[in-house]
Design a protein around this ligand. Structure first.
Ligand code: GL5
Length: 801
């Protein structure tokens, strides 16, 4: 597409779709007009892909996820269509700067954290490798809450991404299913019938997902809840205006908000309704599509692969059995085997509080038929393994992990260590019964978003050095390995990093009034706030460092800027205390005239995908410091390594594989491993002993206790101090000393810029394996048995001039 054609298309959309003219158009109008113009370029390859998939009558992959943290879509589309130059030229010919227009787009934050972002990376990779696939989820009216800080405390407000027209979606009123809840189950002529007491309509909204070079596009289908009757006219006519609107309000509640929950247990009835709502709508849609192409439901596993992203859609097991058995008349045993042939389940956490359980009372009242099917499935499983006494029900609750496991033909963990721990801990009994079922699929990230778009300077360097093929063949980055020894390349690489840091520094100055020196080490920890991720270990180290710099202000300190980003679940009190502590410490340290040239702390509010895209390319040091055994994988750790930040980290999640690949000498390891963690936790008084043995740690804790960061309010952070001195389940105190040691090694290493750049380049060169293209290909061959169809599809919509 030429610049002129694109420009004409933008102007036409501005006029005919938005009804405005260039003189009056706001940045948002221009952005939407550009989005429509780009979207037009996606529709043809999208149709071609859909038709190719229909013609092939092969297997389709269905990715069921409560969360899709997709972020902004315009830049993704422009980049994947190869239209960056045209778009930039077209915009400037209209007097606009493309970056300004791109950053006007609100983030679609339909997810909490890593699990949701992984789903978004997977969608993009599925399209890039040409695998016919659908993502299925919920079209939340309000995604993840907006975070602000008031006096250093997190305050949440609703986020409003749909206030403006959402340019990427197509509403599909024709694709709608009625979803029931509650009611009665009865037998009728040998068939079981469920008559729900209430129902809502699930209506589809489709967003095309375009892969690299526009060669293939899939669909993200999100369900929105609508009432079966919009309006109660009787009540309205009686003057009961609120009552008349009630059915609509109640129905819409289901797709109103994303559960603000990231691996903590919360909420009950609405959450289960949301889970069933989107799972049932998706399965109905999948069966409808299957039956439009085939007639024998026993063939379902050959044509349909359904991936359950965590236990949130685990009700898919009984629901699919219900559809096959109750609705389509397949014998129950066969229905269970058929459903299992289609389903597979990814586990994303071992934290006990995050492994979903639903009380049988709640499940029975909302989904009575499903509860009885779960009992049948459980009984059948128990009968097949009579000596084991395993059950998916316990203390009046249904254990969704066990249910998902028993209804899946494959179950996977998300890093090598996590998968091993799954076998040894939460699923040890089931693993013994089904040793072939658990396998590992280490996570990955899409290089299009996380290197090519987020870091154009580094991308340019890579492409100049080894050609463009790395973008969808990321292991080619190995080819730059020898360049780590090339002084010219090292200088260019350092200059790119430096320019990214300068850009971030100006952003922080403009947006936050914080001034930081790009020469300093940018030390970044961005992720959800959680005790196991140990942001408090990082801030304790900052306090200790500040004290030591204060003792010796003329010392030869390595200047650092510590940057934090992340949200805490609104009900997670301790995590919110950690946020408050970080902000309070930052305030004191940043205003210390003696130390602030060596140490600054910044915590921009409302961390999201777009902020991550700014921070990661500008980072020198990546903090991956979770208690070993607790972080299932991490994906931020991969993004940092690819962008040439060195990791300081524990042997946890995918850190283990990152370290193996980049080389132990290019990674700052500290802390106990998972086995040591378990052993140490069993020792009485481990926290007190650690504090006693390390005067630095004791002094840092004393400063918090004595009110150094809460002037006039001594006890403000008592909950944190007493936790770290007593129970300290996440072993912050016990790992502090070794963390301090590793941080001082980092300081020394950073001063030798040549050596540091060599290490950074090797991190980039050796992290190509963490592409989500590799992960998706591995799911395709090891779990889904699905084929890519790239050769048959689509046009290449790239720049022609
Ligand atoms: C998570 C894990 O905590 C992460 O370690 C993992 O990288 C991610 C994707 O597999 O899944 N589980 C979870 O509930 N969230 C995660 O980020 O939100």
């Amino acid at each position: 597409m030429t610049t002129t054609e694109l420009r004409e298309a933008i102007l036409a959309h501005l006029k005919y779709a938005l009804g405005t003219d260039p003189d009056r158009a706001s940045v948002t109008d221009w952005r939407i007009a550009l989005s429509y113009a780009i979207r037009d370029r996606i529709v043809d390859p999208w149709f071609a892909s859909t038709q190719a998939a229909e013609a092939a009558k092969g297997k389709r992959v269905y990715y069921l996820s409560m969360e899709f943290l997709i972020g902004r879509l315009l830049e993704d589309a422009v980049v994947n269509l190869g239209l960056m130059e045209s778009a930039s030229a077209a915009m400037s010919s209209l007097g606009l700067d493309l970056d300004t227009v791109l950053s006007d787009e609100p983030d679609a934050a339909l997810g909490n954290g890593g699990l949701g972002r992984l789903a978004a990376c997977f969608l993009e990779s599925l399209a890039t490798v040409g695998c016919p696939a659908y993502g299925y989820g919920i079209r939340y009216e309000h995604g993840l809450f907006r975070q602000s800080f008031v006096d250093g405390r997190q305050v949440e407000s609703p986020e409003d991404w749909l206030r403006q027209p959402h340019a990427w979606e197509f509403e599909r009123p024709g694709a709608a299913f009625e979803i029931g809840f509650g009611g009665r189950v009865a037998s009728n002529a040998g068939r079981t019938e469920w008559t729900p007491a209430e129902s809502v309509v699930a209506e589809a909204y489709d967003t095309p997902v375009i892969g690299w070079k526009g060669r293939w596009a899939n669909t993200l289908r999100l369900w929105s809840a609508k009432p079966t009757t919009f309006f109660d006219l009787d009540r309205f006519n009686r003057g009961d205006y609120y009552g008349a609107a009630e059915p609509e309000a109640l129905a819409r509640t289901i797709s109103r908000v994303l559960y603000p929950d990231d691996t903590t247990e919360e909420g009950k009835r609405l959450r289960l309704k949301q889970e069933y709502f989107f799972t049932a709508a998706s399965l109905n849609d999948i069966l409808r599509r299957f039956l439009s192409e085939h007639d024998d439901l026993r063939q379902l596993p050959r044509k349909v692969a359904i991936q359950l992203n965590d236990t949130h859609p685990a009700i898919a097991g009984p629901e699919l059995v219900r559809l096959l058995h109750d609705v389509h008349g397949m014998p129950l045993d066969e229905a269970i085997v058929t459903a299992r042939g289609c389903l597979s389940y990814t586990n994303h956490t071992l934290l006990p509080e995050a492994l979903e359980r639903w009380s049988e009372g709640l499940m029975g009242s909302l989904l009575p038929r499903h509860l009885s099917l779960i009992e049948r499935i459980d009984a059948a499983h128990a009968a097949a393994h009579p000596d084991r006494g395993i059950t998916m029900r316990e203390n009046g609750e249904v254990k969704m992990g066990e249910l998902a496991f028993c209804m899946a033909h494959k179950v996977n963990g998300v890093s090598a260590l996590h998968t091993e721990l799954m076998k040894r801990t939460v699923f040890s009994e089931l693993h013994r019964l089904h040793p072939e079922r658990i396998l590992n699929q280490t996570n990955g990230v899409t290089p299009r978003r996380w290197v090519l778009s987020a870091n154009p300077r580094l991308s340019g360097l890579l492409t100049d050095a080894i050609g463009e093929e790395w973008v969808d063949d990321l292991e080619r980055l190995h080819e730059i390995e020898p360049l780590a020894e090339d002084a010219g390349f090292r200088e260019d690489y350092a200059a790119a990093k430096r320019a990214n840091k300068e850009e971030l520094a100006s952003y922080l100055r403009a947006e936050r009034g914080v001034s930081v020196d790009p020469e300093a080490m940018f030390d970044v920890q961005i992720k959800r706030i959680h005790e196991y991720k140990r942001q408090h270990l990082n801030i304790l180290e900052a306090i200790a460092l500040w004290q030591e710099i204060g003792d010796n202000p003329n010392g030869d300190w390595t200047p650092r800027v510590k940057i934090f980003g992340g949200k805490a679940a609104p009900g997670y009190v301790f995590a919110k205390e950690i946020i408050h502590l970080i902000n309070s410490v930052a305030q004191v340290i940043n205003s210390d005239p003696v130390t602030s040239k060596f140490l600054k702390i910044d915590y921009p509010a409302n961390y999201n995908v777009s902020l991550a895209e700014r921070l990661i390319p500008a980072s020198d040091l990546s903090e991956q410091i979770s208690t070993a055994g607790k972080e299932a994988s991490g994906t931020g750790n991969m993004k940092f390594a690819l962008n040439g930040a060195l990791t300081i980290g524990t042997l946890d999640g995918a850190n283990v594989e990152i370290r193996e690949l980049v080389g132990a000498e290019n990674f700052f390891l500290f802390g106990m491993d998972a086995d040591e963690v378990m052993a140490r936790r069993a020792i009485d008084g481990h926290a007190a002993r650690a504090i006693e043995a390390d005067p630095r740690l004791a002094r840092a804790l004393d400063a918090i206790r004595d009110g150094a960061f809460s002037p006039g309010e001594r006890g403000r952070f008592d909950a944190i101090v007493s936790n770290l001195s007593q129970a300290d389940y996440f072993l912050v105190s016990s790992d502090f000393t070794d963390y301090w040691r590793a941080q001082r090694e980092v300081d020394v290493a950073y001063r030798d810029r040549t050596a540091w750049m060599r290490m950074a380049i090797l991190n980039t060169a050796r992290s190509g394996w963490f592409s989500s293209d590799r992960t998706i290909r591995s799911y395709m061959s090891q779990i889904w048995n699905a084929q890519g169809l790239l050769a048959d599809a689509g046009t290449d919509g790239r720049d022609e001039g």
